[in-house]
Design a binder for this molecule. Sequence first.
Ligand code: IPM
Ligand code: MG
Length: 353
Amino acid sequence: MKVALLPGDGIGKEIIPEAVKVLKALRGVSIEFEEAPIAGAGVDAFDDPLPPSTLDLCLKADAVLFGAAGAPQYEHLPRVKRPGLGLLKLRKAMQCYANLRPVKLFPELANASTLKPDVINGLDLLIVRELNSDIYFGEPRGRINDTPGQREAINTMRYTESEIARVAHVAFKAARGRRKKLCSIDKQNVLETMVLWREVVSEVGREYPDVELTHQLVDSGAMMLVRTPTKFDVIVTGNMFGDILSDQAAMLTGSLGMLPSAALGDGTRGLYEPIHGSAPDIAGKDIANPLATILSAALMLRYSLGLPEQAERVEAAVRKALASGLRTADIQEPGTRVVGTRAMGDAVVAALQ
Ligand code: IPM
Ligand code: MG
C-alpha cells in the first residue's frame, strides 16, 4: 500500500509526522510513504501550489494524507499561486467529489465545547460536502474590471445534475449505514442552482425509500446545528455551504483540532485531511493538536486501505489518550494535563500497545 504524504504549510508539517508515527506503530500494517510539496511548500520548491510531480505521486498512490495549506507570506501572490488552490486542484484532479466530515463528540471533551453539555451529549453526525463544483469552480470567474472606483469581480455558483446526483448517492448510502436520516441543505428560496439541487436530491431519494429525507435552508440549518445538533444524522450539502457548516459543526465537539475528513470519488482512492487550517500563529511551536490528522489516518485505513479493524484501533487509542487526561492547548480544561503535539502523538502510540 502506498500513501502520499503532503504536509503543506504551517502546522501541517508538525501534525503529519504524528499521524505517520501512529500508522507505523500498527502491527501487521505495512505502508510505503512518500512525501511531496504542495500549497505554499509547492510554491517554494517549484513555484507551483500543485507541482506536477506531486499530482503524479497522488494519482499513483492508494491514498493521500494532507496537512494544511496557507501562510501569510503567500497572501499577496496571484490566485494561481495561492496555496489553497493547490488543494482545490488536487481534489478535482483526484475526482474526490464527496467529502465526508464526521462530527462526533468524545464524551471526555463535552466540557471543551462552547455549548452546554445537554445540547451536545451523544452528538454524532456526518456532513457530506460536495467537493468538486459549486462557486469554488464555476465559470465565469475573476476580476472583470480593475478601474479604480469601478472595480468588479465575479464568481459563479453552478451545479450540473450529475454532480448533485453522485454526491447525493454517497450521502444516502452513508445514511443507510447509520440512523437512516438525511438532511439536504440548500438555499432554494433564492438560488436557481439550489432549486436544481433540491430537485435532484429528491429524485435520487426515491431510490432510497428506507432513508428519511428532509430539506433545510442553509440559514435555518445553521441555526438548528447549534440549537439541536443531535437531531441530525447525515447532512448533504454543496461545496460552499459545506465548508462553512463543517467549521461550525466542528466547534460543537470542542475544537476544530479534532475533526478529520475523507474525500472520496468512485473508487477507493481517497484524500484525507484534518478540516482545520494551517494555523500560522501557532506553527512551529509544538502546540498544535495532531488528533484530527490521526483520526483522518484512521478514516484512510477504513475507506482506502480496507483495514476497518485498524481504523477502530486508532480511534480507540485516541479515546484512551483523552481519557488519560492529556490535552493539547486547544482542548484544555481544569483537571487535565496540557501536552504538545509530539507528546500527544506519543500518547496515542502508547495507547495502541
Ligand atoms: C477546507 C478549507 C479549504 C476549503 C481551503 C483551505 C481551500 O477551508 O477544507 O474546509 O475551503 O475547502
Ligand atoms: Mg474550511
